[in-house]
Design a protein around this ligand. Structure first.
Ligand code: NAP
Length: 214
């Protein structure tokens, strides 16, 4: 698989916008897929000429890797508007939650949004990633010299390795956390992050890091 994949961002909000800017600045060709009437001038201006914007299906058709960053309750519907994504890598940044004086985990019957996507689009190569930290880190993945961890879960080793290489080039530290079933743990971890950041007083400039002795 190409080491210089074309990357589409579906959803250009906090996560998709920031990650698209970072990936463009890291040298990738970026296309934002947006719904009609969306103005992305400010985001594109920050992409150093390496990004453009099209409709959602056009962006998906063009891309090798599609990064989906939409509200958790719109994930499967949004993926349904991509068109034929057979063989493409689909990165799921999303988290299922509702708000009840704090974040409450609301996984779908499949156990995780990632598993729901894989079930609905069995020919896509689904990887969970970029989901367990706040969107500030999607733009700036380092604290001092320490890179934020991007935990990756999925059953397709080659697809995970490609996403890991993208993450590394953008300045993150990728950590392979195993098969698709472990995406459920990442979604729980994200809910914990939201609680820590927004309810427990830690603030948004925190992230989980795997420490290793020696
Ligand atoms: N915010 C964070 O710090 C953070 C961190 C990690 C993970 N996440 C997860 O990342 C996902 C995105 O969060 P966000 O904060 O970036 O949300 P956001 O700022 O609200 O952006 C959501 C984006 O999704 C687009 N969208 C919504 N429905 C769509 C559809 N059916 N088809 C195509 N595009 C659609 C919206 O476009 P329109 O303008 O057209 O509605 C918007 O650009 C969520 O699942 C969240 O749990 C968020």
């Amino acid at each position: 698989m190409s080491q210089n994949p074309r990357i589409a961002l579906i959803g250009a909000g906090n996560v998709g916008g920031n990650l698209g800017i970072l990936l463009a600045r890291s040298g990738f060709s970026i296309r934002f897929g947006v719904r009609e009437g969306k103005d992305l001038k400010d985001v594109l201006a920050r992409c150093e000429g390496r990004a453009d914007v099209t409709s959602v299906p056009e962006a998906a058709k063009w891309a090798d890797v599609i990064i989906l960053a939409v509200p958790g309750n719109a994930v499967v519907e949004a993926a349904g508007s991509l068109g034929d994504i057979s063989g493409k890598v689909l990165v799921d940044c999303n988290n299922p939650l509702r708000w009840d004086d704090g974040p409450v985990h609301t996984p779908p019957p499949e156990g995780s949004l990632t598993a729901a996507l894989a079930k609905a689009f069995p020919k896509a190569r689904v990887v969970k990633g970029f989901s367990t930290f706040g969107s500030e880190f999607h733009l700036d993945p380092k604290i001092g010299t320490t890179s934020v961890d991007v935990q990756l879960a999925g059953d397709d080793a080659e697809a995970k390795a490609l996403v890991a290489s993208i993450a590394t080039r953008a300045g993150f530290t990728p950590i392979d956390v195993g098969p698709m079933r472990n995406a459920a743990h990442l979604e729980s971890l994200a809910i914990l992050w939201i609680h820590l950041a927004l309810r427990a007083g830690q603030g948004r400039e925190v992230a989980f890091k795997l420490l290793k002795r020696g």
